[in-house]
Design a protein. Structure first.
Ligand SMILES: C[S@@+](CC[C@H](N)C(=O)[O-])C[C@H]1O[C@@H](n2cnc3c(N)ncnc32)[C@H](O)[C@@H]1O
Length: 252
């Protein structure tokens, strides 16, 4: 286990600050094509799972600097991105400047759900957001409230069964698969590591599934996406197990 990875306690304000700090770096990494996981694995998985979704009113949950919203902006009639990081929202607004049907709000999805009419959205997408949320159930309840009956909720997360071994903390004394553990670690993607701390929450797979069911989602499709064969061999080399999960649910 790397010394710099450890269990911690975090407040929402601390999480906001972390994503504010990393926002310009994410902006550069993704625009320069350095985030292979995003470009070759996560985004294609979301595209596959939303092939039959209704793009009339789309919610991007934890939209970050706006790349997912941008990717779907031509398909969507109306798209809203929500994130607690002010800096991320500013960059997302800049990215989609001039697009009259894309709107970004700096607030938690829980706050947004309180301020918005229920059942306003036909599709919600959350790319790598759920494992950064400190309160999974409250986030899911808010997403469920915002979706119409029959709407899709498509999300990706770090794979709860394999991420700890991929990042090398599965053998740590403090790690127990069946517990919810807030983990602090330096942010890294395959081709770029930066000296900035971010936080993710390890949760057992069963917690994700039971929370989804509790708030009224039916799990419809599950992918464990791998990079396609034409991906940079250096990136594929250590991909022996899935790193991510991509799931489509339907709002009851
Ligand atoms: C790993 S980043 C992913 C960003 C973006 N979805 C992407 O694909 O690049 C997770 C994001 O979720 C946001 N986030 C965490 N909890 C949230 C909440 N309760 N409501 C809204 N945004 C949240 C963070 O601020 C962060 O920008």
């Amino acid at each position: 286990m790397t010394e710099s990875i450890r269990p911690t306690h975090k407040s929402r304000v601390e999480i906001e600050r972390e994503w504010d700090t990393i926002a310009p770096i994410r902006d550069t990494q993704i625009s320069q094509g350095k985030d292979i996981s995003f470009l070759k694995v996560l985004l294609p998985a979301i595209e596959k799972l939303t092939i039959n979704s209704n793009f009339s009113h789309v919610l991007d949950v934890g939209c970050g600097v706006g790349f997912v919203a941008e990717a779907f902006s031509t398909k969507a009639n109306y798209i809203v991105g929500v994130d607690i990081s002010k800096r991320s929202i500013e960059l997302a607004q800049k990215r989609l400047y001039g697009s009259r049907h894309a709107h970004f709000y700096c607030r938690s999805v829980e706050e947004f759900a309180q301020q918005t009419a229920p059942h306003s959205f036909s599709l919600a997408i959350a790319n790598m957001t759920l494992m950064t949320a400190l309160d999974l159930l409250s986030l899911l309840r808010s997403v469920a409230r915002l979706l119409r009956a029959g709407a899709h909720f498509v999300f990706t997360i770090i794979h709860p069964c394999f991420w700890s071994s991929y990042w090398g903390y599965d053998a740590a004394d403090w790690f127990h698969y069946n517990q919810e553990i807030v983990v602090e670690a330096p942010f890294k993607i395959s081709f770029d590591a930066v000296d900035i701390v971010t936080t993710h929450v390890h949760r057992p797979l069963s917690q994700y599934f039971s929370s989804l069911i509790e708030v009224g989602f039916i799990i419809e499709a599950v992918l464990e996406p791998f990079p396609p064969p034409d991906t940079d061999p250096e990136y594929i080399r250590n991909w022996k197990q899935p790193r991510f999960l991509a799931i489509r649910c339907v709002r009851e």
